[in-house]
Design a protein around this ligand. Structure first.
Ligand code: SF4
Ligand code: SF4
Length: 350
């Protein structure tokens, strides 16, 4: 592990140099706010952004992804055989990812990269990606990341952590992937390790002290699933929800998807698309039966999955990194912090 100082005057040149090796992604402002997008050759990552509407999850898990192709053309040697679609897994780097979003990718990894099943699309993209984080000096009002096991200066899931120090970045290089990226940029001005860590700790404490809200999760593990599932508060929680799905699309830890086949003449393609558990179609069976046909069932599923099923399955943590996007974006102000407090304090009445 080492520290590097990057003078901001050298930043653009270094980033441009890295494009010889890496396809870059990063924060870009557009008419809808800030997004994490592929960076065209003439576009620099906006390192002054506060937060992005969507996280970096689409870098590994695109909203729409071609996964398989088939040809019915019998003159083709491999006709009627489903083949993995071509995709580019050459090195890529996400520059400016927020620490809580890097942690979210580690949570998603627990679903896509397991002993029993390895999702080849997600895992190959993950292997190809270097995560260059940008610490959050001034957390926004919706940030509650410190109570979810991450924080504004968290290093988990990052290859490099950058701290903005006005005229320079202090870079903590955390992995060999991070070293390779710094070398590709030509960033090599070593900084004193001890002094740099002290400085980083000061900035981290200052940032963490600016976080004004939290989730209480200490009692969730001790509760039985059935008690929480049958608790009387779900109708109240779900009352105003319009099932728009925004909370799941903006969430960096939500991974629901749907599979669709499209055919054109003799060629067919299988896509996977983001989907949302807040839609009644998501769980509707081919028979017409729907195990989550009611709004309350879907709202309950979302919170139970994030705050209880995940915890029970893995033994610790929740499936939320406290980015606050769902709180900020929900059109009817449903707030996971309040729902979590309700679940955490619930006692079944006999
Ligand atoms: S964003 Fe709000 S209204 Fe929309 S589905 Fe989520 S909880 Fe419901
Ligand atoms: S549940 Fe909400 S606050 Fe938690 S990670 Fe998802 S979008 Fe962020």
């Amino acid at each position: 592990m080492k520290f590097i100082t990057i003078d901001k005057k050298d930043w653009t040149k270094g980033i441009d140099k890295s494009r010889e090796t890496y396809q870059l992604f990063g924060p870009v402002k557009d008419e809808n706010g800030c997004q994490i997008k592929p960076l065209d050759a003439d576009v620099q990552p906006d390192m002054s952004y506060t937060d992005s509407v969507l996280s970096a999850k689409s870098v590994l898990f695109p909203q729409t992804e071609k996964i398989l192709t088939t040809s019915l053309n019998e003159s083709a040697e491999d006709h009627h055989i489903m083949k993995r679609a071509d995709a580019d897994y050459t090195p890529r780097a996400v520059v400016g990812i927020r620490p809580y979003d890097a942690k979210a990718i580690q949570l998603v990894k627990m679903n896509f990269d397991t002993e029993d099943y390895r999702d080849p699309y997600w895992c190959d993209a993950y292997e190809a990606t270097t995560f260059v984080g940008l610490a959050i000096n001034k957390p926004g009002p919706f940030d509650f990341s410190t109570s979810t096991g991450t924080g504004p200066f968290s290093e988990e899931g990052l290859d490099i952590l950058l701290a903005d120090m006005d005229d320079k970045f202090l870079a903590k290089v955390l992995t060999p992937k991070g070293e390779a990226f710094a070398a590709a940029c030509g960033f090599d001005a070593a900084a004193d390790e001890k002094e740099s860590q002290v400085l980083l700790d000061v900035l981290r404490k200052e940032a963490e002290s600016g976080i004004g809200s939290s989730v209480e999760t200490d009692k969730l593990q001790g509760k039985t699933i059935l008690d929480l599932h049958e608790a009387p508060f779900w109708d109240d929680v779900a009352f105003s929800c319009i099932n728009c799905g925004t909370c799941t699309y903006v969430c960096p830890t939500c991974w629901c998807f749907d599979i669709q086949d499209e055919a054109k003449l003799k060629e067919s393609t299988r896509f996977r698309n983001w989907d949302t558990c807040m839609s009644s179609l998501f769980t509707r069976h081919a028979t017409g039966h729907n195990p989550r046909g009611e709004k309350t069932q879907r709202v309950r599923q979302r919170f139970m999955h994030k705050l209880k099923y995940f915890l029970d399955k893995y033994g610790s943590g929740i499936m939320c990194v406290g980015c606050g996007r769902c709180v900020k974006s929900c059109p009817v102000n449903i707030d996971i912090r309040q729902v979590c407090a309700t679940m955490n304090s619930y006692e079944k009445q006999d």
